[in-house]
Design a protein around this ligand. Sequence first.
Ligand SMILES: Cc1cc2nc3c(=O)[nH]c(=O)nc-3n(C[C@H](O)[C@H](O)[C@H](O)COP(=O)(O)OP(=O)(O)OC[C@H]3O[C@@H](n4cnc5c(N)ncnc54)[C@H](O)[C@@H]3O)c2cc1C
Length: 400
Amino acid sequence: MQKNILIVGAGIAGCSLAYFLANSGWDVTILEGEDDIAQGGSGNPVVAIYPKFMLNDEAYNDFMLKSFTFTTAWVRQLGLYETDYRFDGAIEMLGATYAQKLESKLSAKITGKEKFLSLIDETILKQYSMKSSSSGILFNQGGWVNPLALCSHLIKHSNIKTITYQKIKSIEQSVDQWILKTEDQRIFNSSHVAICNAGSVNQFDLTQHLHLDLFRGQVNWINSKSLQMPRIVVCDEGYLIPMYKDKHFFGATYAMNDFDKNVRTRDTKKNIASIKRIHHDFYNHCLSLQSISGRVSWRASSKDRKPFVGQIFDNQLLKKMRVRELARADHFPWLKNLYIASGFGSRGFTFAPYCSYVLKNLINDNLSQEDKKTLNYTNPERYRLKKMSLKKVASQIFKV
Ligand SMILES: Cc1cc2nc3c(=O)[nH]c(=O)nc-3n(C[C@H](O)[C@H](O)[C@H](O)COP(=O)(O)OP(=O)(O)OC[C@H]3O[C@@H](n4cnc5c(N)ncnc54)[C@H](O)[C@@H]3O)c2cc1C
């Protein structure tokens, strides 16, 4: 039987899911509302990929480690042009005490820790042209990627068709098909659907309950300057990416429910201030410029900062069930053949490829133990279950 799936949204989530499914025999059609792929959050000229760990959130750290390890290894072997990505390392600047605590916590978790991370010292600071008093952690596999180059590469497969200018307005179920209607009344049918439309995930009747907050972000860039700059990504309050296409990129601001599409001078100033400790001469140079280019887009985040990846409930079946019936995960009323991958927040280029890979395994009914743990963690129905005082069972969809 031919396997067909429609994917709504052509950012990194939709494009990476299309890639994994096409490579496992699916015919994929991506429907994108804009005039091209990677125009939303995934449309920044360059993005940083490095793991952001927490001192007190073991589950988040596991998810971060799995995602980061998977994604960096995967990007390396995709065959992208060498000018479109680099994993030479990334430094996260942190207070000295915090960095030490985090490093010792991670040492216990990560096998081959020496290859993975180290506390920065004088040698590292000198090597990367940084101020000698800085403290933090160097992640050896961190780096950056050009999102458009990555997304374009992912959908270059004979099983993938991408159709732009198709803003999906509704998703309805008929007997064995999903029917998607666009704002222009065009209709698409398929047995399977995946919704990868970031902050708009709750726009459909079936998904109204999946709330994500939107955070406006602005990045900036300037033409290259003959300063000795760090050759790897450095993150402090903001991040500074090594020179790419003769430009230096830095950012990014973070503001909830701010829908101004214009690049703003006050945000450019914030971005300049956020890299002051990374490179003082570069900071001074930016301050001296009359105008600085930038781009605005939005991150979509859930309240607990975990993405929504997996399936959702059939609202009709759910209405007929008693709360105690839902206390058993094997009774959950899943909607068949409809999948979600949205809400990747500030970490889409670390999380989304890994989550798309896991979702592909769910769709192909071929889950590993690790995949199951991930889907327990990202269950899109966790908030609805929490409201019914069933928070615990939300993370027990699969026995592991
Ligand atoms: C300023 C800024 C800087 C960032 N920096 C980094 C970084 O350095 N590293 C990192 O990992 N992450 C970074 N992020 C986060 C990252 O960009 C996002 O997590 C990621 O792009 C989300 O990918 P996505 O595919 O889920 O969403 P998107 O890229 O937003 O894609 C969703 C797509 O769905 C389409 N769509 C929506 N509704 C419909 C519809 N009804 N019909 C059809 N199509 C629809 C949209 O047009 C869009 O193309 C940054 C984000 C911002 C805003």
